[in-house]
Design a protein around this ligand. Structure first.
Ligand SMILES: [Zn+2]
Length: 140
């Protein structure tokens, strides 16, 4: 099933479901579609909003999509593990610690933590570039 946003010549918009795009063309040509507001038969597709029902997606496609999502997640989990093993967690003190390290040339400790957008802006102004990564949970 495909959902189309339809629009009549008087700019009325409404939604309708069709089994495929040919069905829409066929019905429209035969004048079987009409505006639900003014009964105009001059109907056009507005913004197309294709919605595919589950029965149209085969199991293989779903499996591929799930695998891709899983791979992506595994990569992020590996990254998270690497950071947890090699970086010190400093939590909310992050921007303070970053400065300490940045201005103390002998210190090149690797840290991670959280910072607010404002803190990140201030650090960027001082020439300290941060790298933020998507933090995934193992169980979602
Ligand atoms: Zn209308």
């Amino acid at each position: 099933m495909i959902k189309y946003n339809l629009k009549c010549q008087n700019d009325h918009e409404f939604e309708s479901w069709f089994s495929n795009s040919e069905e829409f063309d066929k019905l429209n040509k035969k004048g079987l579609l009409e505006c639900i507001f003014c009964s105009s038969k001059k109907i056009d597709k507005s913004i197309m909003a294709p919605m595919i029902s589950n029965s149209k997606i085969d199991d293989k496609t779903i499996k591929t999509l799930k695998n891709e999502l899983k791979n992506e997640k595994n990569k992020l989990l590996q990254l998270r593990k690497y950071i947890e093993n090699n970086f010190d967690y400093v939590g909310k003190d992050f921007s303070k610690k970053v400065r300490e390290i940045y201005y103390d040339k002998k210190n090149n400790k690797a840290i991670y933590g959280t910072s607010t957008p404002k803190e990140r802006e201030e650090l960027a102004e001082e020439g300290i570039n941060l790298f933020s990564i998507p933090w995934v949970n193992k169980d979602n």
